[in-house]
Write a protein that binds this ligand. Structure first.
Ligand SMILES: C[S@@+](CC[C@H](N)C(=O)[O-])C[C@H]1O[C@@H](n2cnc3c(N)ncnc32)[C@H](O)[C@@H]1O
Length: 470
């Protein structure tokens, strides 16, 4: 397909001519520099945000499987097309660049970075997300995985169930047969000596945990299935084998789409304090040096609506990453959390963004906890944005993907508040776009708003030195 002067439908904006086919790698066939420059120019002349469809902008990326993106479900994953569009603009951002996602989740940006031939840096507060991200971007010989799967199945037959894991309300979520099956599987996987192969099967195991549980698969946090939907005769080993085969095919696709010399770096567990690269699951004591990163692409949590730890709780328990008593501690490190101890409410009613403070006052009259949650969110996000600005090189860029949400019937305009904060930290917006997508919201209820279309802001900032900021 020759995309030279190929016009694409961008919704409300004008059609834009894409660059000629210019292969970066097997997964990055087209350079999007012309399209990006054209929408930046439009923003510069109108100053207005533009409605775009990132799916249409990179229409050559088919919706569905792509390398290892779908090895494990996770709430509020980023649309790979958004990362792809920016990473493919080589003429704008450069080649062989260092790309960071401090709220890396399960590694959508890290994987697209790998596929685009750049160098990935990632962090996340949730240990399950970090494990999935690491596995997604680790190239492993598929034939070694196929052989290991046979060994696991054999070892499973010989194994006996061990002590039940520390999972909240274990018997509520799993039948006795499934608990025995998962426990035998886990001990078979733990025998694997090669750490990369073991981690791969731990991710398959984690996907099996959720699928073999009694939790409604349509919801991100565990909510029991309705009695009419409860399944009989669930077999953990069967689900595991099917999941493993699918994920080995995904690994095959990853190998054929990427190159061997890919570099990735774990830069810690907290977007407020990025660390020098360390082996993926260990913490470095030293700060990530300032000016290290060329491009940040990140989708931070929403305010007061995030349930990442609760959504991962069954897997965190089965994997031994966090038992029932550790979940609260992990949630406390998560930005956008829904709970705050009463003792801190009274100290957290003022945010660092004046425009948000009127809203906080209004929300406080209705619900003091929600007011404290949103003020805390803004203040914690300010620490993250300051950190992103610190690690960005001069003239480096940040792509921030964020949605506004409703708090006590009021619109909480994250896109506006985070832009105000970014401008305080030498980050100047050069493009504001709105993408209309299926809601990324984390649902807890099976309600009819579940499929609502929501809007996501995609804002591109450029780091300028403070002397150049007017
Ligand atoms: C919208 S999700 C990112 C999803 C990711 N882009 C993906 O495609 O999987 C936001 C992430 O921020 C993480 N998070 C929350 N607080 C954090 C913190 N203080 N430091 C780093 N990550 C944090 C959550 O664990 C969650 O994975």
């Amino acid at each position: 397909m020759d995309l030279n002067a190929f016009n694409i439908n961008l919704g409300a904006t004008e059609a834009i001519a894409l660059d000629a086919k210019s292969e970066i790698s097997a997964a990055y066939e087209y350079d999007t520099t012309l399209a990006l420059e054209s929408i930046i120019k439009e923003y510069a002349s109108t100053g207005e945000s533009q409605t775009l469809s990132f799916r249409s902008l990179v229409s050559w990326i088919k919706v569905g499987e792509r390398a290892t993106h779908y090895i494990h479900p996770y709430p509020a994953k980023l649309l790979p097309q958004i990362a792809h569009f920016f990473l493919a603009a080589r003429g704008y951002f450069g080649k062989g660049i260092k790309v960071l996602d401090p709220f890396g989740g399960t590694g959508t940006v890290a994987l697209e970075t790998l596929l685009s031939g750049n160098e990935a840096y990632y962090s996340d507060a949730n240990p399950l997300a970090r494990l999935i991200a690491k596995v997604k971007i680790t190239r492993i010989d598929p034939s070694a995985l196929t052989s290991e799967l046979e060994i696991i199945k054999f070892s499973y037959k010989q194994s006996r169930a061990k002590k039940a894991p520390d999972v909240v309300n274990l018997e509520k979520w799993f039948t006795p047969d499934v608990i025995r099956g998962l426990s035998r599987l886990k001990s078979s996987i733990e025998k694997i000596e090669n750490l990369d192969i073991r981690d791969f099967f731990l991710v398959v195991f984690s996907a099996t945990v959720r699928r073999s549980s009694n939790a409604d698969p349509r919801l991100s946090v565990p909510v029991q299935r309705k009695p009419s939907n409860v399944r009989k005769n669930v077999s953990a080993i069967e689900i595991f084998s099917q999941q493993a085969e699918l994920s080995i095919q995904r690994m095959n696709a990853l190998i054929s789409l990427s190159s061997e010399d890919f570099k990735s770096h774990n830069v810690g567990f907290d977007a407020r304090q990025l660390k020098k690269p360390a082996p993926w699951n260990s913490e470095s004591q030293k700060q990530l040096a300032e000016g290290t990163i060329d491009l940040i692409i990140t989708s931070p949590p929403y305010a007061g609506a995030q349930k990442y730890i609760r959504a991962s709780s069954l897997s965190l328990g089965w994997l031994g990453m966090a038992g029932s008593g550790d979940l609260k501690g992990l949630e406390n490190q998560s930005i956008g959390r829904e709970h705050l101890p009463k003792s801190v409410w009274s100290t957290s009613f003022v945010s660092s963004v004046p425009a948000a403070n009127d809203l906080i006052v209004r929300v406080r009259q209705k619900n003091p906890l929600r007011a404290a949650i949103i003020a805390t969110y803004i203040n914690e996000m300010e620490s993250c944005i300051a950190e992103m600005s610190r690690v960005l090189a001069e003239n480096g860029h940040l792509v921030l993907i964020i949605g506004n949400n409703e708090v006590c019937g009021e619109i909480f305009s994250s896109s506006e508040y985070l832009t105000t904060i970014a401008e305080k930290h030498e980050l100047v917006p050069v493009l504001k776009a709105v993408d209309e997508i299926k809601s990324r919201g984390l649902m807890t209820k099976r309600n009819k708003t579940a499929g609502l279309i929501s809007r996501e802001w995609v804002i591109l900032f450029k780091k300028v030195s403070s002397k150049d900021v007017k």
